[in-house]
Design a protein around this ligand. Sequence first.
Ligand code: CKG
Length: 355
Amino acid sequence: MPHPMRTRSTSDEWADRGAAVQIQRETDANGNVQIKTIKKGVKDFTFGRTLGEGSFSTVVAATDRQTLREYAIKILDKRHIIKEKKVKYVNVEKYTLNRLGNHPGIVRLYYTFQDERSLYFVLDLAPKGELFTLLKKLGTLNVECTQYYCAQLLDAIEYMHNHGVIHRDLKPENILLDENMRIKVTDFGTAKLLSLPKPAPSADADPSGTDASEPSTPTSTITPIEEERASSFVGTAEYVSPELLNDKSACKASDLWAFGCILFQLLCGRPPFKANNEYQTFQKIIKLDYTFPPEFPPVAKDLVANLLLLDPSKRLTIDQIKAHPFFSGIEFGLALWTRPTPRLAPNSSIPAPSK
Ligand code: CKG
């Protein structure tokens, strides 16, 4: 006989069961710590315009009814994900976003909840859209703007890598802009999660030593995902690294290859490797077949040339990139996220590609 509760499964009941719970500590005027439990579900948001659509998800702008704060909510179709065997990918995205919750240049995950049909990821809204759209509008970016956006991107990549995440699909379409025109990296659906070294036990640590946001046995749970994905193409043709094409393996330096492609593209309006179809683009990548326009700034040329190297171990490291003359005068760290955004302007010495 079916359990009486299970036959009574209404949408409302689901919205409650699937609500996300966030514990917030607040200190009152007397210095006493108050523990507040915040429960969020579908009913707490007003859903607005669609920002993007993928094969398994739709991203919409939404407003928290109580605080009036705006978010982007990614709505994933549970039946479709299960049917297409993509459950692991959704989990990887959630674990990754949970790991990367505290960087100004990375879209932050605030809550996840579900109802009968869908999973919901409540994320930072980046209201100014894609860096790619800005680039299309201006044609190219001048050196000052390129330095600014590339320094922010490098800072975000460093944070990801330090937290055991390889993005694997960095491209201008996945770099969004917040209300101050600063970057927010998004789309961790194809990220690779690396096992993190176990932190040394501290006095206030959870005695179980586990992180509720990730499986408690990272090696057994995460490794099969890495192996399985290493054998299939991940990423976007123009930014994919030669090691992924040749050995089907991605490493941290693969994100720095994509970084080099993006730097090139911001300055001259087109990616370094582009052909009429994916196959020809891949051929160009594995042959390192690209050229700089004659007007390309020599100092940027030196940086790109030392990133677009077939052997990932020969590419500059993040510390070497920061110390490169292209970034001279740039203060990395928090200052990058508080300094004013430069006036957005194209690179007048490089002709914009024809539209
Ligand atoms: O996670 C995602 N797949 C995702 C997110 C995260 N997709 N989008 C929509 C855009 C992604 C890049 N390509 C175009 C669609 C988002 C997203 N978008 C925005 N803010 C936050 C997120 C969270 N903002 C946009 C504003 C204007 C146009 C497009 C996006």
